[in-house]
Design a binder for this molecule. Structure first.
Ligand code: PGA
Length: 251
């Protein structure tokens, strides 16, 4: 069965006390959500242990925003997947476009990260998406197909059950410009088809594919009504508990 997920990517925002307050507000407002919608919050590394305590006993899962491509050792400044598990994470986001753009994250590096995350027992939210030039050149299907194949095709059907894809058109992230429901749906259907080609229809149909990029309470309903859009990866609107919950209530 396909799972519906609304995940909040806090990016590099909030101090620890602010993050704890935000998590408390999310937990408080999440009580009446339908059981088939999973909520996930992804605070900065420094907040994980404290936010984990707030989420205890709630239906909200904890995610990191990234993890290292090495298991442990002399890699100053990096945080390894087993450390995230020990801090209470069940997910990690990987391959966000900001990581690809500003920190040189390649598909090859992502394969290593996904391997280590899965081996540690984490579930992965893997981001893909084209930038504005690629969209304007009509290359969006090719770019997303290639990113999906380059990473996902290294994993078995069983491993894919622990991977969620997030389609985030770079031109829609933090810009207020959302992809239309039709634009998002056609890419989501394309991603599902790429997965089907490798591991068959059942696995592809069970895969959760999230939309991200200026998703907010006012557009979530239309996006989530599409047959291949199974929730959202939310940036800006996840920093306000009422907006984040309103998005989750859009199902
Ligand atoms: P946004 O960010 O909702 O602020 O556009 C989404 C994301 O980058 O995950």
């Amino acid at each position: 069965m396909r799972k519906f997920i609304v995940a909040g990517n806090w990016k590099m925002n909030t101090t620890v006390p602010q993050g704890v307050e935000l998590a408390k507000a999310v937990v408080e407002k999440s009580q009446n959500l339908p059981a088939n919608v999973e909520l996930v919050v992804a605070p900065p590394f420094t907040h994980l242990v404290s936010v984990c305590q707030v989420l205890q006993g709630s239906k909200v899962a904890l995610s990191a925003q990234n993890c290292a491509d090495k298991e442990k050792g002399a890699f100053t400044g990096e945080v390894a997947a087993p450390m995230l598990v020990s801090a209470g994470c069940t997910y990690t986001i990987l391959g966000h476009s900001e990581r690809r753009q500003y920190y040189g994250e390649t598909d090859a590096k992502l394969v290593e990260k996904v391997k280590l995350a899965l081996a540690s027992g984490l579930k992965v939210i893997l981001c893909v998406g084209e930038n504005l030039d690629e969209r304007e050149a009509g290359r969006h299907f090719d770019v997303v197909t290639e990113q999906t194949r380059n990473v996902l095709y290294n994993f078995t059907a069983e491993e894919m059950a622990s991977i969620v894809i997030a389609y985030e058109p770079v031109w829609a992230i933090g810009t207020g410009k959302t992809a239309t429901a039709e634009q998002a749906e056609e890419i989501h259907a394309c991603i599902r088809n790429v997965i089907e080609q490798k591991v068959g229809q059942t696995v592809a149909q069970d895969m959760t594919i999230l939309y991200g990029g200026s998703c907010k309470p006012s557009n979530a309903k239309e996006l989530f009504a599409q047959p291949d859009i199974d929730g959202g990866l939310i940036g800006g609107a996840a920093l306000k508990a009422e907006d984040f919950i309103a998005i989750a209530e859009s199902f």
